[in-house]
Design a protein around this ligand. Structure first.
Ligand SMILES: Cc1cc2nc3c(=O)[nH]c(=O)nc-3n(C[C@H](O)[C@H](O)[C@H](O)COP(=O)(O)O)c2cc1C
Length: 264
């Protein structure tokens, strides 16, 4: 018979904008009535959520250290549980997505959602202008639209995805530990024009007293939103060891990786 689904609710977290773009392309492919829940700013994660009956959920998050960002697990507590179709999507910076997609699959499953499709896309790495440079690009957008279309067709066939293909592609339980917190935050140079774009776009409100130069290290999630959004390029991680590590990581991950999609 297939499921009667007429709209999709997309939940995404996207400090540097690549996940947001993939979600947009997936929505185009789905061609349902879209509702967007952009969870990037703190206030958006405080609001309660009501889901419509027969609504497809699209859940899309960046990969941090081969896992989902820690705050996503906390956010899931707020989502209503119950049987409904869901598409699980992660976006990673051309290194690896490791356990993140499996973790998202499991979070969906624990809520009672039936995963009808899963995918890992590539976005420019938050810490590099080389790794995944300028991704997603038009080819990625097209893959994301095709994925959306595939999910829509799956809805009609009433089938859903097991965890096996994701495990076969290298996801592991127990998941790898969360990445270690960095012992420093981005530095601000004299180029700062105090436009406050960084302050207003910080996903965790980490700027102290709305001062673009003062970041609370205990709050910072090192997502690089403030670095990538700065119109003056006044923000950067400047720690020598960190910069060397990122250069080495980039050198080892220059080769273009392609999106993977899983449909039943
Ligand atoms: C703290 C942190 C950890 C990351 N870890 C990984 C990783 O393990 N593998 C990878 O390929 N990319 C990693 N990235 C890159 C992001 O997954 C990538 O930049 C993604 O496109 C960011 O999504 P957004 O643009 O929606 O914020 C990491 C980025 C950050 C900020």
């Amino acid at each position: 018979m297939g499921r009667q689904v007429i709209q999709n609710a997309s939940f995404f977290f996207s400090p540097t904008g690549t996940t947001r773009r993939i979600v947009k392309s997936i929505s185009q492919g789905l061609a349902l009535r879209p509702r967007d829940f952009d969870l990037t700013l703190p206030a958006s994660r405080e609001r309660g959520v009501t889901l419509e009956r027969d609504e497809l959920l699209v859940l899309a998050f960046p990969v941090y250290g081969g896992r989902l960002p820690e705050l996503i697990k906390d956010y899931f507590v707020k989502l209503p549980s119950g049987r409904r179709p869901a598409a699980a999507v992660v976006v990673y910076g051309n290194r690896a997505y490791e356990d993140a997609l499996l973790e998202l699959y499991d979070l969906c499953h624990a809520k009672g959602y039936e995963v009808v499709g899963a995918a890992a896309f590539i976005g420019e790495h938050a810490y590099s202008q080389v790794m995944g440079r300028a991704r997603p690009d038009p080819a990625d957008d097209e893959r994301a639209r095709c994925f959306g279309l595939g999910v829509r067709q799956t809805l009609l066939s009433d089938s859903f995805l097991s965890d096996k293909p994701i495990l076969n592609k290298g996801g592991h339980r127990p998941y790898r530990p969360y990445p270690k917190r960095l012992p420093f935050t981005p530095e601000t140079s004299r180029r700062c024009a105090k436009c406050l774009a960084c302050v207003h776009n910080c996903p965790v409100g980490a700027f102290i007293g709305d001062d673009p130069k003062k970041i609370n290290r205990d709050k910072c999630i090192f997502c690089a939103a403030c670095i990538k959004i700065c119109p003056e390029k006044a923000k950067a991680f400047v720690d020598d060891d960190f910069c060397d590590d990122m250069a080495a990581l980039a050198a080892a991950n220059l080769e273009r990786k392609e999106p993977v999609t899983f449909l039943p």
